[in-house]
Design a protein around this ligand. Structure first.
Ligand code: SF4
Ligand code: SF4
Length: 82
C-alpha cells in the first residue's frame, strides 16, 4: 500500500495559523495526523488526479486510470513536498 501524504495536520481543518490543533490544543505539524483529521474544505473541493502530487509520476497508485475528475485513496495535494 502506498504511503499517504495528504492526511496530515497541515491539511486538516483543525490546524490553526499558530500551528496548534484546535482539538488537542498542542503544537502539531505536517508529520502528524489523528483520527479527528478533516480535510480543509478548499483542498477537499480541489481533490482529483490533476491536483495530485503523484499525477503522471511513477508513484501514482493507478496510472492506467488517473485522469481529470478521478481520484483515489492516496491522493495528496501538489503543494506538499515529498
Ligand atoms: S485534529 Fe488531528 S489531524 Fe487535525 S490538526 Fe488536530 S491532531 Fe492534526
Ligand atoms: S490515481 Fe490516485 S495517486 Fe494517481 S494521480 Fe490520481 S489520485 Fe493521485
Amino acid at each position: 500500500m502506498a504511503i499517504r501524504l495528504g492526511n496530515t495536520c497541515a491539511n486538516c481543518d483543525k490546524f490553526m495559523s499558530d500551528s496548534t490543533c484546535a482539538v488537542h490544543k498542542v503544537k502539531v505539524g505536517h508529520l502528524y495526523t489523528c483520527d479527528n483529521f478533516e480535510m480543509k474544505a478548499r483542498l477537499a473541493d480541489e481533490r482529483n488526479c490533476t491536483s495530485c502530487l503523484r499525477f503522471e509520476r511513477e508513484d501514482c497508485a493507478n496510472p492506467q486510470k488517473a485522469a481529470p475528475g478521478m481520484m483515489c485513496a492516496v491522493w495528496a495535494p501538489r503543494s506538499m513536498s515529498a
